[in-house]
Write a protein that binds this ligand. Structure first.
Ligand code: TRP
Length: 334
C-alpha cells in the first residue's frame, strides 16, 4: 500500500511501434486506474536487450514510448512513468530471484520457446531469465495487481511462485501479485488474419494499425481488412473478421455490438469499414497531436524522467534493502 492505495505495476517494451491493439487493449484503460491504484508504468528497456538492438534506435523508441504514455492520458504526477534502466534495483533483485528460480520452471515458459525459435542466432541467457527480471519488476514495488495480456499470464504465474517460495523461506517479504481483472481491455486481432492477435512485429504492414498512422493509412488498412462473404455486419464467431471490426468500432465509440449491428443492418462492408476507420482515426488524432506537442517539450519530458525515476528508486530501494538483509548481505556502514 502507498498512501492507502493498492499498488499496480505494468510495463511495455519500446521495441516496434505501438499498435491500436496496445492502445485499446492496455494503454487507454490504464488511464482510469490511477484514481484507484498507485500506478507504476515502466518502459522496460532492460528486457529489450534480450534481442539485439540498435542503441540510438532503442534510446529514441524508449523516449517515444514514455512520451506516448503521457500523450495517451497518463498523468505523470499521478502515475510513476519511468525507465527501468534508471532503477538499478530491477537488475539487483533479478539476480537474487535468479537464485530462487528453477531451470525446470524456466524451461516450461512458452514465450521462451517461441523466442528461441525466432532468434535462433542469439539464444542468450537473458532471454532465458527474462521471466525472472519481470518478476523482479513486479515484486520490487510490492505490486498487488498487474494488468497484462494473456500472453504474459504465465510470467505472472511464475512471479507468484517465486514470491511465495521466497516468503516461505524468509517470511512475508513480497506481496503476492494478482493479474488485473477489471473491465477487460479489448483484444484486438490482426486485420489480415483475425485468428491472430494484432502485433507490432507483424511482417504484413496491413495487418496492424500503428498508433502514429495517419488518417489515410488507417482508412486504407481498414478497407483492406479481411472479412468474409456473408455480407452482414453481425457479431458472431463465424465471422471473425467482422467481429474484430465491431470490437474495434465499439471500443472507439462506446457502442455495444448490438447497437453496431443495428446501425449497419442492410448496409455493405464498404460503409462499415469506412466508419470503423474513421472512428479509429478520430480516437487516435488527439493522442497523436498531444504526442507531437510533448516530444518537442524536452525540458518537460526530462523533468518527468527525473522526478519519476527518483520516485521509483525510492520505493524500489525500500524493498531491495529488505531483501538484501533477509538473504544475509551485510548492512551498509554510513
Ligand atoms: N514482458 C512484458 C511484455 O513483453 C513486459 C513487461 C516487463 C511487464 N516487465 C513487466 C509487464 C512487468 C507487466 C509487468 O509485454
Amino acid at each position: 500500500m502507498i498512501d492507502g492505495k493498492r499498488i499496480l505495476f505494468s510495463g511495455m517494451q519500446a521495441t516496434g511501434t505501438l499498435t491500436l491493439g496496445n492502445y485499446l487493449g492496455a494503454l487507454k484503460n490504464w488511464v482510469s486506474l490511477s484514481d484507484e491504484y498507485e500506478c507504476f508504468y515502466s518502459v522496460v528497456d532492460l528486457h529489450s536487450i534480450t534481442v539485439r538492438q540498435d542503441p540510438a534506435e532503442l534510446r529514441k523508441r524508449a523516449r517515444n514510448l514514455l512520451t506516448l504514455y503521457i500523450a495517451a492520458g497518463l498523468d505523470p504526477k499521478k502515475n510513476c512513468i519511468y525507465y527501468q534502466s534508471h532503477v538499478s534495483g530491477h537488475a539487483e533483485l533479478a539476480w537474487i530471484l535468479n537464485c530462487f528460480t528453477y531451470m525446470g520452471e524456466l524451461n516450461r515458459m512458452t514465450q521462451f520457446k517461441d523466442k528461441i525459435a525466432k532468434h535462433s542466432d542469439n539464444i542468450n541467457a537473458g532471454l532465458y531469465t527474462y521471466p525472472v527480471l519481470m518478476a523482479a519488476d513486479i515484486l520490487l514495488y510490492q505490486a498487488d495487481v498487474v494488468p497484462v495480456g494473456r500472453d504474459q499470464l504465465q510470467h505472472l504465474e511464475i512471479t507468484r511462485d517465486i514470491a511465495q517460495r521466497f516468503n516461505g523461506v524468509y517470511g512475508e517479504v513480497f506481496t503476492i501479485p494478482e493479474p488485473y481483472v477489471g473491465k477487460a481491455g479489448a483484444r484486438i486481432m490482426s486485420l489480415q488474419d483475425p485468428t491472430k492477435k494484432m502485433s507490432k512485429s507483424d511482417d504484413n504492414l496491413n495487418a496492424s494499425i500503428f498508433l502514429m498512422d495517419d488518417r489515410d493509412a488507417i482508412i486504407r488498412k481498414f478497407k483492406r481488412a479481411v472479412t468474409d462473404s456473408e455480407a452482414a455486419v453481425r457479431y458472431r464467431d463465424e465471422q471473425p473478421g467482422i467481429k474484430n471490426l465491431i470490437e474495434i468500432y465499439c471500443a472507439c465509440n462506446g457502442r455495444t455490438p448490438e447497437e453496431a449491428e443495428k446501425e449497419f443492418e442492410g448496409r455493405g462492408y464498404g460503409d462499415f469499414k469506412l466508419a470503423v476507420g474513421e472512428s479509429v482515426a478520430d480516437v487516435l488524432r488527439p493522442v497523436q497531436e498531444r504526442f507531437h506537442e510533448l516530444i518537442r517539450d524536452k525540458a518537460y519530458i526530462d523533468s518527468v524522467i527525473k522526478e519519476n525515476g527518483e520516485k521509483a528508486n525510492y520505493y524500489a530501494g525500500k524493498t531491495l534493502r529488505k531483501v538484501q538483509k533477509k538473504v544475509g548481505f551485510p548492512e551498509r556502514i554510513r
